[in-house]
Design a protein around this ligand. Structure first.
Ligand code: OOB
Length: 533
């Protein structure tokens, strides 16, 4: 086993199996772009309103960035926090860092001083890449705050006006010799998407992440005719490598970005650049579906809409093709590794009602009860998993890893699932996303699914409210289309659907919008605080 500076590597015997079976190819992420540029030098790699870039241009830009970073003194293995919005420059910057052997710590634009300070400190970062400002927020001020807390951050590189820091566009240099990298080493650090606790760092190796992206590209049948739109924040695993930016570049396709995923903006981009594939979270999928009623952009090039990150209600799943004209693919993934996809030839019912099946034949999925014993197929339990692209431990988190990983190397996801005989998984909740009402456990997911089926409801979140006699009571937080139905109306609607009386909401809470996390999932913690108000 490979144990290095807080990095828990794959077990030697399993690593050998993954190599032998060809899942790991000994290729670095930097080489993915290099190989594509050799094969399709004049094809468009990035489409943007400022002009398109060919593979050769992006490849050369990445080399110049890598050489400039090395000239600055950045060494192989150095961690560099990257917090860029969705723009073209994300690509040469990321590949520049990777080719210099630096380890990008991929933070989201919505992260602020608390998260960035923590992640920079934990990773011991020497650099921080930011835009000058984006979406009305000045990242240079954030960098000043973070640098006061984390003095190791020697280099702050700014896309745009640098202020007191260094302009990113002054970094590139004439290409020099780049370091030789070991594909089994950490390539990058992803940030855990949990809605509870402080974020953790997820080490992904070149070997495992190249496989993650290329196998995903195969499942989505991506080719060099595809145009992938980065709608979610580029630093998130889903648009980055599932198959996302990396998967698209591995097959010679083109990538384009939107900073603002509103239907108006995203639809115009889809039409302008002939976008064929994109990935969104369920609230955005829902919004796009209703928006086709008033937006008249032509979406006919869009062939595949990937939806994941949180549970997509069946009622919403069934709207995707009629409203957007694209095939729906449900994606149940995690930055820690395991990816589940519905396949393009799965039946409509499987696509509407399951969250897909594992990407790799080497993914081991074990659904277990509270004691860790496997449950029979079709029974709900916690998803635990091991495989060629699933981590064996969080970065520098020895104590937490004891709980997060079983003794035989399975990652405990905390997700409740049932597995069908076909291997497809249905996500039924989170171990902790349960309301305990007087000793009865109510799954928030289940209740939300039923609430969403009500025609007046646009978004729904079930939240436990502390209660002296029952421990917790059930509050349904709702965004409604017009008038808010009464509690009595909801109770009879839910009862008619067959919901047990103990699962009915005790109160309703109306909002204009639900609070969301950095990637756009419903933020239950913030919501509970808001309701407790
Ligand atoms: C993706 O990754 P993360 O790391 O932001 O969040 C992972 C967690 C999962 O453990 C699960 O609780 C939830 O998000 N989740 C889903 C889901 N997809 C993710 N829950 C229900 N249904 C789904 N389809 O969110 C992510 C990473 C790669 C691809 C797609 C999503």
């Amino acid at each position: 086993m490979n144990h290095k500076d807080g990095f828990v590597g794959f077990r030697d015997d399993l690593a050998a199996t993954y190599r032998k079976a060809g899942f790991w190819q000994g290729r670095t992420l930097g080489a993915v772009l290099r190989d594509a540029a050799a094969q399709w030098p004049t094809s468009t790699a990035i489409k943007s309103d400022d002009g398109d870039l060919t593979y050769r241009e992006v490849d050369e830009a990445a080399d110049r960035m890598a050489s400039g970073l090395i000239a600055l003194g950045i060494e192989p293995g150095d961690r560099v926090v990257v917090q860029l919005p969705n723009t073209t420059e994300f690509v040469p910057t990321l590949f520049g860092l990777l080719r210099a052997g630096a380890i990008p710590v991929l933070c989201l634009p919505a992260h602020r001083a608390l998260e960035i300070g923590h992640l920079a400190e934990l990773s011991g970062a020497v650099g921080y890449v930011i835009p000058d400002s984006a979406a009305g927020f000045d990242y240079r001020e954030l960098a000043e705050t973070v640098r006061a807390r984390v003095p190791s951050l020697a280099h702050v590189l700014v896309l745009g006006e640098p202020g007191p820091f260094t302009a990113l566009d002054t970094v590139p240099r004439e290409p020099t010799t780049l370091p030789d990298l070991d594909p089994s080493d950490i390539a990058l650090l992803l940030v855990s998407g949990g809605t509870t606790g402080v974020p953790k760092l997820i080490p992904r190796t070149h070997d495992d992440y190249v496989y993650n992206a290329t196998a995903s590209a195969r499942v989505c049948e991506l080719t060099n005719d595809d145009v992938y739109l980065v709608t979610l924040p580029a630093a998130h695993n889903f648009p980055l490598a599932c198959p996302g930016i990396l998967g698209t570049l591995s097959v010679g396709g083109a990538v384009t970005f939107v900073a603002d995923p509103s239907p108006e903006n995203a639809f115009a981009t889809i039409e302008r650049h002939g976008v064929t594939v994109t990935a969104v979270v369920p609230p955005l999928a829902q919004l796009w579906c209703v928006a086709t009623d008033w937006e008249d952009a032509n979406l006919e090039t869009l062939r595949l809409l990937q939806v994941g990150g949180a549970k997509l209600a069946e009622s919403n799943a069934r709207e995707v093709r009629p409203q957007l004209g694209a095939t729906l693919q449900q994606v149940f993934g995690m930055a820690e590794g395991l990816l589940n996809y519905t396949r393009l030839d799965d039946s409509d019912d499987i696509v509407a009602t399951t969250q897909g099946r594992p990407l790799s034949p080497a993914d081991e999925v074990r659904v277990v009860d509270a004691d860790g014993s496997p449950v029979p197929t079709g029974t709900e339990g916690e998803l635990t998993t091991r495989g060629p692209y699933t981590i064996r431990g969080y970065y520098r988190a020895e104590e937490h890893n004891v709980r997060a990983i079983t003794s035989d190397g399975f990652y405990r996801s905390g997700d409740l699932v049932t597995q069908l005989p076909s291997g497809h998984l249905m996500v039924t909740g989170r171990i902790k996303d349960v309301i305990n009402r007087g000793g009865e456990n109510v799954s928030c997911d289940e209740l939300e699914e039923h609430l969403l089926a009500h025609p007046a409801v646009r978004h729904a979140a079930a939240v436990g409210i502390p209660d002296d006699s029952l421990g917790e009571k059930i509050c349904a937080a709702l965004v409604v289309v017009d008038a808010m139905p009464s509690l009595a109306e909801f109770k009879s609607f839910l009862t008619d659907r067959g919901l047990a009386p103990y699962k009915l909401p005790d109160s309703l809470y109306r909002l204009e919008s639900l609070p969301i996390t950095a990637v756009g999932k419903i933020d239950k913690r913030a919501l509970a605080a808001q309701i407790a108000g």
